[in-house]
Design a protein around this ligand. Structure first.
Ligand code: FAD
Length: 266
């Protein structure tokens, strides 16, 4: 927990005034309970913080960067970089496709999985795909006393954004998945994207991204019936400077259909 000096952030002249690099989770949580103190993942966004000065707790020595298959689940450490997840053999291909659109290679090499989730909005293809897979977020709440680690579904996590340190994300390895998108250029973040996960039981989850504050859950059903209608309904107000709601509704239905076709072929 040494102050290594003052790092001038490159965007809004904001300052990281105190830098801590704890060795244990307990130490990190104690530091994070101090006012105006934030977790530092890859720092790609935090350096653009809107507050005037901030203390940061660098997570890199906490050992939260493992990627591990555990039966039918894949446990992704919070501080894994987007690129290390992309390169892992357990990473499902549709998630890789979404990761590639999330940020360019240089950013993927620095940005962490948890940082990307915490900082995400509805345009995030990565979080759209995770939400379809019904990812679970493991985090330690920042409250006085002795907080227990808590697991929340990603959907609830995104809605409530609880104050806490994310330690890992878990996704299923036994689902069929698909990801489809439309964007202005092949490397742009999508204007509309659809992600689909289907379990052996028939359970089918469709999510949409490209708009708003968080990706949307369009359908979580026991089978795939009504997928295209659900996609259209979910985006009936998805109007912004990037595209009209009508365009997004039509595109979402087409992308949902393509996702289902791709899963059926797999
Ligand atoms: C040049 C540049 C280009 C970029 N391009 C893109 C782009 O194309 N697309 C895009 O989506 N983003 C882009 N970004 C934004 C940024 O890269 C992403 O949001 C990134 O995924 C953030 O991850 P990080 O690990 O760097 O997070 P940080 O900057 O370290 O942190 C981001 C936020 O997450 C919090 N946080 C980090 N780790 C945890 C944790 N374990 N638990 C709880 N909270 C945590 C931090 O406190 C902070 O509030 C860009 C940034 C830069 C500098």
């Amino acid at each position: 927990m040494t102050a290594l000096g003052i790092i001038k952030a490159w965007r809004h002249n904001t300052m990281i005034t105190t830098y801590h690099r704890p060795q244990t989770l307990d130490e990190a949580l104690a530091l994070l309970n101090q006012p105006n103190t934030m977790p530092l993942g890859g720092g790609t966004l935090l350096s653009r913080s809107a507050v005037d000065s901030v203390s940061v707790v660098d997570l890199q020595h906490l050992g939260l960067d493992s990627l591990r298959a555990n039966g039918s689940e894949f446990v992704i450490g919070a501080t894994c970089t987007l690129q290390s997840l992309y390169e892992d053999s357990n990473c499902p291909n549709p998630l890789k496709n979404a990761l590639k659109l999330e940020a360019p290679l240089n950013i993927r090499n620095a940005a962490t999985v948890a940082g990307a989730i915490v900082a995400s909005d509805g345009r995030s293809p990565f979080v759209t795909m995770l939400l379809a897979m019904d990812a679970k977020v493991d985090y330690s709440p920042l409250t006085a006393g002795n907080p227990k680690s808590t697991v929340l579904g990603l959907g609830e996590y995104l809605l409530t954004r609880p104050r806490g340190l994310v330690t890992s994300i878990t996704i299923p390895l036994n689902t069929k998945n698909a990801f489809q998108f439309v964007s202005k250029t092949p490397a742009d973040k999508p204007v509309v994207c659809a992600a689909l996960a289907q379990w052996n039981s028939g359970r089918t989850r469709l999510t949409l991204g490209g708009y708003g504050k968080t990706p949307l859950l369009a359908m979580d059903g026991t089978e795939a019936n009504g997928l295209e209608e659900a996609a259209m309904n979910a985006y009936h107000e998805a109007n912004d400077e990037w595209a009209s709601a009508e365009y997004r509704m039509d595109s979402a239905a087409v992308l949902a259909k393509r996702c289902l076709e791709s899963i059926s072929r797999a």
